[in-house]
Structure formats: structure tokens, C-alpha cells
Design a binder for this molecule. Structure first.
Ligand code: FAD
Length: 255
């Protein structure tokens, strides 16, 4: 295997190439180990593709393919799906609809091949989806969170991650009442994961696990309350709404 050259990138931006690589990896690699998908797994897949079709903040051609895949899943008569038939739909590229092939990590590159990549891109995708849903008028507050929760539970290849995430979901996901709360719920749980993993073997030394966003990225997000650090949540929310918005996502290195 030839290692690709390092792709220069700005650490303070989100890259579309990571989001498209997340779609490729989850839909063509992670799902592919399930030859037959039925029952709860089929529901999980349908709900995941449904939120992707509604909110993926991507190129129109990619959004079109996701909408085609969603319509196809919704039209299924059987209670069971052969993964290969779904793959055909994903691979049926037209001039107007395509799901790009392959992994091209940019903001999710790691300093060693086993660091970052897909798990990094799934966090990025999930944040971007909660932000996009918060900008839409017709979304239900827990729609995106619950869809990612069951996707992770049924399909995410890291089982330890899935059980930790499910634990956090059981604790408090049901209390989310608005779209803005959904954005902040995911942000704060991601920080809990960062806190737990800081110093772990899985941590890329060039990308230390920090409580995010750091003051350099968002000075207003940080405050002091009774001598202790306190997050300024309204500032965090507006920061996230900007950082993960479609108009801020960079197109470098797209195929
Ligand atoms: P990541 O944590 O993947 O973050 C990606 C990018 O998101 C960062 O570079 C930063 O730009 C941004 N970001 C960071 N924090 C926040 C935040 N709070 N809010 C918004 N944006 C932020 N690994 C384990 O070893 N054990 C686990 O239990 C585990 N659970 C996981 C659960 C889920 C649902 C997912 C998707 C991944 C999980 N992982 C777990 C993987 C782990 O969290 C990291 O994704 C992986 O170690 C790569 O880390 P990273 O440095 O790329 O940063």
C-alpha cells in the first residue's frame, strides 16, 4: 500500500472531503459486513439515510444520491434487505447524483495510519447534521440524535464506542426538547468522550483530546464563574452553528 502524501489543511475548518469519506465508509464499508439487514437494523438504516437525505450539508449531486437512496429504502416492500441491492443504488451514479468512492481524509488525517480518520469524520458528520437540522424549519428535536444513536448501536464498528455512546444516550438524550439543545447535547457529550480519552493510546499526539472549542477558536465561549471555568452556552451554540454550517465547509481535495 502506498501512503498518500500529507494533505495540508487548516485545523480550524471542516472539510467536505471528510464528510463524503464518512458517507462512503459508513454506507459502503461498515454496512457491507451485514449481508442481510432486517428488523431493528433495517429501521436503523432507514432512519440514518432519512436524516442524511434531509440534512447532509453537501454538494447537490451528493444530496441527490442520498435522496434517491432514501426514496428507494422507503419504497421497499420486504421486511428484509440484501445489502448488495442497496449498494447497487448507491453505485448507480448519474450526471446529477453520485456518492463519491474512496476515503480522502483531510481535517481527519492522522499522524499515523491508525489514528483519526473514520471515527473523526463521524463526529464531524453528526455535528454538521445537528447544525443543519437546527437551521431547518420542519425537523423534530431528537430526529438526528436518535437516528445517529441507533446507527451507532447497530452498525458502528467500534463496539466499545457504541456502548459508551448508548450509555450517555440513555442517561439524557430523551430530555432534549429543542433543536438548539440537540446541538449542545452532542457538543457536551463529545467533550465528555474527549475527557475520557485524553492520554489514551488511541490519542493522536499531534491532535490532543481537549475540551473543545479551545479559547483560541472561540474566546467568548469561555467564562469564569465563582473562580471556575464555565462554558458560555449561548456563545458555544452560535459558534457551532457557524463552524459546522454548509457555507463554511471547505471544498479542497474533493474528487
Ligand atoms: P475527534 O474526537 O474524533 O473529533 C473530531 C473533530 O471534531 C476534532 O478534530 C474537532 O475539530 C471537533 N471536535 C472535538 N470536540 C468537539 C466537541 N465537543 N464538539 C464539536 N466538535 C468537536 N474512541 C474510544 O477509544 N472510546 C470510545 O468510547 C469512543 N466513543 C466514540 C463514540 C462515537 C459516537 C464516535 C463517533 C467516536 C468514538 N470514539 C471512541 C472515537 C474517538 O472519539 C475519536 O473519534 C478518535 O479517537 C479520533 O479522535 P480525533 O482526534 O480525530 O478527534
Amino acid at each position: 500500500v502506498t501512503e498518500h502524501p500529507w494533505r495540508e489543511f487548516n485545523r480550524t475548518n471542516v472539510y467536505m472531503s471528510d464528510l463524503e469519506s464518512a458517507l462512503h465508509f459508513s454506507l459502503r464499508v461498515e454496512l457491507a459486513s451485514h449481508a442481510t439487514i432486517n428488523k431493528g437494523a433495517l429501521t436503523a438504516l432507514k432512519r440514518y439515510v432519512s436524516v442524511l437525505a434531509k440534512y447532509f450539508p453537501g454538494r447537490p449531486v451528493v444530496r441527490n444520491l442520498l435522496q434517491t437512496a432514501n426514496a428507494w429504502l422507503n419504497g421497499l416492500q420486504d421486511s428484509e434487505l440484501q445489502y448488495n441491492s442497496f449498494l447497487e443504488v448507491l453505485n448507480n451514479a448519474t450526471e446529477d447524483a453520485v456518492l463519491p468512492h474512496g476515503e480522502r481524509w483531510v481535517g481527519c488525517q492522522g499522524s499515523q495510519p491508525h489514528f483519526r480518520k473514520y471515527p473523526c469524520s463521524m463526529w464531524t458528520l453528526f455535528h454538521a447534521l445537528t447544525v443543519a437540522a437546527n437551521s431547518a424549519s420542519d425537523s423534530r428535536p431528537q430526529e438526528v440524535l436518535q437516528a445517529m444513536r441507533i446507527y451507532v448501536k447497530k452498525f458502528f464498528g467500534c463496539h466499545e464506542c457504541a456502548s459508551h455512546f448508548e450509555g450517555m444516550a440513555q442517561e439524557s438524550m430523551n430530555q432534549v426538547k429543542t433543536q438548539s439543545e440537540a446541538v449542545l447535547w452532542l457538543w457536551s457529550r463529545h467533550n465528555r468522550v474527549n475527557n475520557r480519552l485524553a492520554g489514551d493510546l488511541s490519542e493522536d499526539p499531534n491532535f490532543p483530546k481537549i475540551q473543545w472549542p479551545p479559547p483560541e477558536l472561540c474566546p467568548k465561549c469561555h467564562g469564569i464563574d465563582n473562580g471556575e471555568h464555565s462554558w458560555q452556552e449561548p456563545e458555544v451554540l452560535s459558534f457551532l452553528m457557524d463552524y459546522y454550517s454548509y457555507s463554511k465547509i471547505l471544498d479542497n481535495y474533493l474528487q
